[in-house]
Design a protein. Structure first.
Length: 124
């Protein structure tokens, strides 16, 4: 009896293998895209917070020299304009001597309100 060797000449991928590889690739791409969007959102939120800190510090410096602060400040942050609301005392209401002062800056990002507050002492 002679043994015949059966050689499979079919080469390549089946349709099922291609579909599975496409699904795996799609899952990887979607997870990378989601991670990038999270990174961009956190990065923008940090940039807005840095701007709120700058605005609050500028307001404190203005109060120290007896000037009032603007109640609304519009700043361009990464090619978009954002409004910051500033809540600070009027310098004329500060008494002679040492004054404890709070300057609060609030802003909206993605339909959520954020606040930054500086507490300082101003001598008049």
């Amino acid at each position: 009896m002679q043994a015949t060797a059966h050689v499979n000449l079919d080469k390549g991928f089946t349709l099922i293998e291609l579909m599975v590889s496409i699904v795996i690739l799609l899952i990887v791409i979607l997870s990378v895209m989601y991670s990038l969007s999270l990174y961009a959102r956190h990065n923008m939120r940090n940039a807005l917070r840095r701007e709120a800190v700058r605005i609050a510090q500028e307001c404190v410096e203005r109060l120290r020299v007896g000037e009032s602060c603007d109640s609304t400040v519009t700043k361009k942050v990464r090619s978009a304009f954002y409004q910051f609301q500033v809540n600070a005392p009027n310098p004329s209401t500060l008494s002679a001597g040492t004054n404890s002062v709070n300057v609060a800056v609030s802003y909206n990002f993605r339909n959520k309100q954020y606040n930054y507050t500086i507490n300082t002492v101003i001598y008049k």
